[in-house]
Design a protein. Sequence first.
Length: 569
Amino acid sequence: MAANMQRKRVRIGDLLVEQKMISEAQLQAALAEQKKSGRKLGRVLIENGFVDEEKVLLLLSEQLDIPYVDLSRFELDAELVTRLPETHARRYRALILKETPHGLLVGMGDPTDIFAFDELVRILKASIQIACVKESDLLHNIDRLYQHADQLRSLANEVGQDMAENAFDLRTLSASGNQSDAPVVRLIQTVFEDAVRANASDIHIEPDEDVLRIRRRIDGVLHEQVMEDKRIASAVVSRLKLMAEADISEKRLPQDGRFTLRVLDKSIDVRLATIPTQTGESVVMRLLDHGSAVRKLDQLGMPDHILKRFRSIIHRPHGLVLVTGPTGSGKTTTLYGALTELNKAQSKIITVEDPVEYQLPRVNQVQVNHRINLDFARVLRTALRLDPDIILIGEMRDQETGEIGLRAALTGHLVLSTLHTNDAVSTAMRLIDMGLEPYLVAASTQAILAQRLVRRLCSNCSAPRELDPSEKAWLQNVSGEDAVLDGFREGAGCNQCNHTGYHGRVGVYELLEIDYTLADALRRNDPAAFENAARSQKGYRSLVFNALDYARDGITTVAEAMRLSGMVE
């Protein structure tokens, strides 16, 4: 056995009182709560804010003569980590850190747990030494490193064997049936669990010549897992189509559908689309978490000067406010933030969406249904008879929807909507290109907010770096010869960010208010005059320059600003 475990038991509560890190009253309150909840005393003290977790671990490290390891800066070996099965890693809050000449160094969230130590020795069949680690960092790395890869392969093999033996008929696997033990069901459940843990926005299931690729989009970038047995593709796709109430016998035409499922105590709305390819049906699923809270406007990361102007615009009594950008740029999140702020007892709000992504109290939300001809235009015509103050239109998809929305904005309603355009300047002209009258667009449009999402630098591993020649050339081309070429940062890659250098995303915004000069250019249908007036408007700053501001402030990288520039152009 490891020498560092031959020690007396440590009573964490008495130790913290002795060191004057908590009071006797706080200890008694935590003990009472521990008795009710059954949780560990140290965790109760930390979660109640009585003591800082890192200070507790440093104290234990000193008292027990064991190391404290900061997992956010520690390089883990995925192959070594998985020598401890995932179920045991989660149960005992333990992670193998490294192999030493004396055995295995194992990080534990509670290094005083003698029972867990004994079980780990039995399971690993090796001498182990203990290190203190933060429990939150430990759980994050368990989610990141295990990812059910072995379980997925095992389930894929089961599905392949069952198909070979004709063990089940896919048509009997209805979405509501009690077939949770079927390998294909467990495989799909595991795929969804991994995606939800990783905060993936989309899951792509793509049959290739010899393999099945499962890819997840995280922070806008796809990450791939490969299943060696391609035969399972048809079983997985058929099951998903059943859940989405699509036609499993039709494999020659694209189909779409949606379903809701419960994953890791979250209600996830899934939008599914299939398309036939040369190697089989490919499926893409967009995941929407109904349980996640709607972000307020000041939680979006919008710069203060844009936030202040945008708030002023949405509080006007009438007019059209457009939020534009490609799919997945955060338009809906921004609009829901605006609705949350406008949602008062004095205002009647009606939304027309496809689909309804978040449930809002006091708001009348209508989901369009093309199968029964309940489209945007039909719902909007009815909505105008329901005495609304504010109307949200999920998307200006066609001339009819656009015309109803513009006329509603002219007749005393505040109308919020989205459009798929590259930037704010091109948006108003796009409405005219859709066939809407220039005078209607000019008279009703109040403002256009264009946005994109760029990846946020990992705060744990970002460091200063020098730009390469291509980045310098691009920066000088955008900002001029006197552009500042230093002071930028880049992520080196660490455990916290899956070695990408980025962690999460942040919105980049461009706000254009329609003033008299811009409205006049619209009325005359003069694109050149409109663009010149827009770019010279006081306070206007393009998406690219705003992204560069983020890069200079160390929020993102020049590479991300360049990527955004390429999308806009």
